[in-house]
Design a protein around this ligand. Sequence first.
Ligand SMILES: [Zn+2]
Length: 234
Amino acid sequence: MKNGINTFGKKNFTGAFSVPAAVVNDLALLASLDARGLRDGLVEAVKVSLLKDPVFFANLEKDSTLLAAGNIPAIGRAVRRSAELHARHIAGNGDPFELGSARPLDLGHWAAHKLESMTNHRLTHGEAVAVGLALDLICARELGLFGQAETERSLNLLVALGFKIYAPEMHLDGGAPMLAGLEEFREHLGGQLTLVLPTAIGKSTQVHEMPSAVVRKAADELRARDQQPCVARS
Ligand SMILES: [Zn+2]
């Protein structure tokens, strides 16, 4: 269990870890969430499926209409599989305290953390992760790691679930504040940058460099897509 305190203007900047005896996912709690809150959690399911489980990813695609409509049984299936994959990751990696430099479930999160603070939390965590995922996926494609078709499938799934994949704040002051988020993430990891990026749906690798030109190009592409929402894409 991670407990975070918002400090220095950043979400969960300081905090403590404690290993829980058990984690309870009570689907009845979903009834207390509004549509935005229900959708918010789905982005972490997309994230973990992209890194670990192509069948789960395909199931999210198949269920996307139900998920976007807040269908509780469909959301329950996503919660269950997400929990299994996260639990297996933590058990398999043996690093529940995130002491190592590798934090391989952080896909999409460096930009998300920055966008949450840059937007004064106009974007929820999930909404910011959706934008951050889209950015990381296009960066992975630009780096030659992730295929064009897989990138389109992934972006389409985020959109089908009701997420926007661009935030105008990405281009604030020429993109410099967002890029500062990459540097902050490097410092947060103790000096060496480690980003997890997909190499296929369900498979990933780690990179230790992310050229700012690649991030800028990806942000430009997301803005162009946002300005032409009606263009059909294969
Ligand atoms: Zn997250």
